[in-house]
Design a protein around this ligand. Structure first.
Ligand code: ATP
Ligand code: MG
Length: 281
């Protein structure tokens, strides 16, 4: 297994912060293996977006180091390489659409990279198939649903052939079906094409689908592990201003009342099974 993202004692302060203000990132140590699906949770202002921007060198550390695929992001000579390896998808799909036809929009990134036209054609078709938008390639993006627009935005990133995609609350403006579309697309990119995914989200159900869940609070990583484990740390999560999934919350309350139930029944189905067993015993 190789490492795609590595941060060592990463400290970051925005230049316009008043003197004496604590840094926004306060000594992040992090290593992410290539091909992992990682989710990041944290309350507002905990530093998630600031960390995400370090992954594609939109920001560089004030202190400490960040490497992407072995490239030091602080070295200006690595900038284009790093940006080519990490694609970012943001919250508002409308801000990310630049062309009036879906396939032209997806072609925009590789065109800027100077990819030859026939290869662009292949990449665009491939990317649109990967996100299930090939049939709508000649449509206007502006007439699509929110979920479809985000899939086009993801295709635009895929067409640049990154090794890693960072999605910063990319589902926040979508309705439940758009969210599901987007998360299903991300999962298939990860599972079928081995693309490393970093998903920043406020939704527990999305975070629960990742292989690894990182929790941030006040510029630090305060928990890190498989979602099933992290969600059992109910007190830590609540202290960081986060909710736990309703399933875990219910089991946690039962345990507090002395009922012997596991806390790791995360899905509705697993939780229902635990309760059924309890009722029929
Ligand atoms: N451009 C900026 N200049 C100065 N301070 C900033 C800037 N962007 C963010 N901050 C501050 O840095 C801290 C972390 O912000 P960041 O956007 O990384 O948090 P976040 O976890 O992504 O929050 P949210 O959940 O609201 O998106 C906040 O206190 C914020 O006010
Ligand atoms: Mg943010």
């Amino acid at each position: 297994m190789s490492t795609i993202i590595k941060a060592e004692n990463l400290v970051f302060s925005y230049p316009d912060e008043p003197e004496g203000h604590p840094p926004v990132l306060r000594g992040i140590d992090l290593e992410i293996e290539t091909g992992t699906f990682v989710a990041i949770l944290g309350h507002n202002g905990s530093g998630k977006s600031t960390l995400a921007k370090h992954i594609n060198a939109l920001l560089t550390p004030t202190e400490g180091k960040m490497w992407v695929d072995g490239l030091d992001t602080s070295d200006p000579e690595n900038l284009l390489e790093v940006r080519g390896r990490v694609g970012m998808v943001f919250q508002n799909p409308d801000n990310q659409i630049v062309a009036s036809v879906v396939e032209e929009d997806v072609a925009f990134g590789p065109e800027n990279l100077g990819v030859p036209p026939d290869e662009i054609r292949q990449r665009v078709d491939g990317a649109l198939r990967m996100v299930g938008m090939y049939e709508l390639r000649e449509h206007s993006p502006h007439l699509l649903s929110g979920g479809q627009k985000q899939r086009v935005a993801i295709a635009g990133v895929i067409a640049m052939m990154p090794k890693c995609i960072v999605l910063d609350e990319a589902t926040a403006m979508l309705d439940p079906s758009g969210r599901k579309e987007t998360v299903d697309t991300i999962r298939s990119l990860n599972e079928d094409y081995d693309i490393t995914v970093v998903l920043i989200t406020h939704h527990m159900d999305e975070a629960a689908q990742a292989q690894r869940l990182i929790v941030m609070s006040e510029g630090q990583i305060i928990d890190d592990g498989p979602p099933k484990e992290v969600f059992q740390h109910v007190d830590t999560l609540r202290a960081a201003g986060l909710d736990v999934p309703e399933t875990v919350s219910l089991l946690y309350e039962l345990r507090k009342s002395g009922v012997d139930v596991p806390l790791d029944a995360l899905s509705d189905e697993a939780c229902a099974n635990v309760l059924t067993k309890l009722l029929t015993e």
